[in-house]
Design a protein. Structure first.
Length: 177
């Protein structure tokens, strides 16, 4: 019975935490979509620190023209604050948004940073609408976008974005784990 539970959890995780490319690099993007860079890559906040690792990998591999971290304060923020500060005591996380914490994390660990932070969103739904507002306010048009989110929310974020963008926008899923 236990092996069936584990197998079923893995099936569900693979379905929810979709990755449309195997590796986050220009070669994979070109092979799958005929582009070397997406117009935008977005990391959505959450409690999993590995999201910062994925974004930093994207930045280091030049997979996008612009990089954005989206995340205000929500139900996972306190966990993220604790985990990052415990692992990296030099990073002060008190009262910071998820986007600000991830920005400090990737700067501290990888020496890189996102171009823009969205710090007001509080849930999955307004993560998308506030992202779109930020893109509009900064005159960032896009025909391709890489979305990275905790596996349990990856498919939902892509579906939420699809509701607001034209059908010809390429949405590339790359779950953070």
């Amino acid at each position: 019975m236990d092996s069936n539970v584990a197998e079923n959890i893995n099936i569900l995780a693979k379905f929810l935490g979709t990755r449309d490319i195997d590796v986050l690099n220009q070669e994979e993007l070109f092979e799958r979509y005929g582009i070397h860079q997406a117009d935008v890559m977005v990391l959505f906040g959450g409690s999993i620190v590995e999201g910062g690792d994925v974004l930093a990998s994207g930045i280091k591999n030049f997979v996008s023209k612009k990089y954005i971290i989206v995340g205000g304060a929500g139900h996972t923020t306190d966990t993220l604050r604790q985990v990052v500060h415990l692992e990296y005591p030099d990073i002060e996380t008190t009262d910071l948004s998820e986007a600000e914490i991830f920005q400090k994390y990737i700067k501290h660990v990888y020496g890189c940073k996102a171009d823009y932070l969205e710090t007001k969103s509080t849930n999955c739904g307004n993560n998308i609408t506030y992202l779109l507002d930020l893109l509009k306010e900064n005159n960032i048009s896009f025909n391709s976008i890489i979305l990275s989110q905790d596996a349990s929310m990856q498919r939902r974020m892509a579906a939420g974005l699809k509701k607001y963008v034209k059908d010809d926008v390429i949405i590339i899923n790359y779950a953070t784990y």
